[in-house]
Ligand binder design. Structure first.
Ligand code: NAD
Ligand code: ISE
Length: 335
């Protein structure tokens, strides 16, 4: 039984504590912590026997914690992931791996020095049934070589702490990862365009149109709308040489009533990606129980954050920004 410590018991931390406690197998939550101690105590109540620590560092040191989930704010990820690596404990870190490429690289270097995978990054879309079907169709070549990808990332609304560039660093970072995975291709440049602002947007630049170019010559457009009001809507359509393939409207029920037809839509990511989070975290539990990690790597986290940084720069300057990556350590070699 893998004993898991969870750092950060906010929205997704609480969600992960519940699934580690009630949905997944081979694990239990043995400790939690949050800078909001009251919140940590409330979440600990759903995990029988879980103790509450004063700090993430204390939790990592706990002899009854075999592996750690980091679900605190992005700016705190590096310190906890590095503490886990120093303690030799497998770690699942929510995206983004860290807010800057520099921080991500320090994690990559620390893991590469150990010489084996210890870190898994929370890019859960790779475990989503609909995205997996999309990738299978592209890989099978049914639509010929991919030429274009149209993506939309729409949130009904975002919390108060969601600020200026988070539509890129917190939301579109998922697309930066998923298109690399979907196309087996690297992003080489990014440009961000700003249409007229959504009046619901407060301080966030919303919406955005992000244009990505890949090494293989595919062009990708990503719409981010983080105050769209009507629901949580994630779209992706790949245009190939002889056809197109797109995500289904995942899990939507169609209601016919009072002279109308309504397709229900998820209202947030918890609802839309529940299955993906379950599969992703079970895969991590199974790998962590053997002392390692699987799925999205620290290197993937570094690449996604590097693209975010370039996109934020482009949003400010209006320019096309090339993506420059460091050399990939052997640990992350593509097979
Ligand atoms: P949140 O604000 O609801 O929760 C974050 C929690 O971390 C808060 O309770 C806060 O008090 C706590 N915290 C902050 N600093 C801390 C520290 N130093 N030590 C311990 N706890 C600390 O935010 P959230 O929406 O749950 O997001 C948390 C992380 O998960 C972010 O990195 C976010 O990008 C990511 N996330 C991923 C997905 C996904 O789809 N994979 C969805 C939501 C959030
Ligand atoms: C949130 O942090 C997530 O990761 C969700 O998956 C994403 O859709 C949302 O925009 C982010 O704020």
């Amino acid at each position: 039984m893998l004993r898991v410590g969870v750092i950060g018991t906010g929205m997704i931390g609480e969600d992960h504590v519940r699934r580690l406690t009630s949905t997944l197998s081979g694990c239990r939550v043995s400790a939690v912590t949050d800078v909001d101690a009251e919140r940590a105590r409330a979440v600990a109540d759903v995990a029988p026997g879980a103790r509450v620590h004063d700090s993430g560092e204390d939790l990592v040191r706990d002899g009854e914690v075999d592996a750690v989930v980091v679900a605190s704010w992005g700016a705190t990820h590096e310190q906890y992931v590095l503490a886990c690596l120093a303690a030799g404990k497998p770690v699942f870190c929510e995206k983004p791996l860290a807010p800057s490429a520099k921080e991500c690289l320090r994690i990559v270097e620390a893991e590469a020095a150990i010489g084996r995978r210890m870190v898994q990054v929370g890019f859960m879309r790779r475990y989503d049934t609909a995205f997996a079907q999309l990738k299978r169709a592209v890989d099978a070549g049914t639509i010929g070589a991919p030429l274009l990808v149209h993506c939309a990332h729409r949130n009904a609304s975002v919390p108060g702490h969601f600020v200026a560039d988070m539509a890129i660093t917190d939301s579109a970072v998922h697309e930066f990862d998923i298109v690399r995975w979907l196309l087996d291709d690297e992003i080489v440049a990014v440009r961000v365009l700003k249409p007229r602002a959504n009046g619901h947007g407060r301080d966030v630049q919303d919406p955005l149109l992000i244009l990505l170019e890949t090494a293989g010559g595919v062009l990708i457009d990503v719409e981010t709308s983080v105050n769209i009001q009507y629901g949580y809507d994630i779209r992706a359509e790949v245009v190939g040489e002889s056809g197109t393939v797109e995500l289904p409207q995942a899990g939507n029920v169609v209601v016919r009533q009072s002279g109308g037809v309504t397709a229900l839509i998820a209202m947030d990511w918890r609802d839309r990606f529940r299955q993906a989070y379950d599969v992703e975290l079970q895969a991590w539990v199974d790998a962590a129980a053997k002392g390692g990690a699987t799925g999205p790597t620290s290197w993937d986290g570094y690449v996604a954050t590097t693209i975010s940084e370039a996109a934020v720069w482009s949003m400010g300057t209006g320019s096309r920004v090339p993506i420059k990556l460091e050399d990939r350590p052997v640990l992350y070699a593509v097979s």
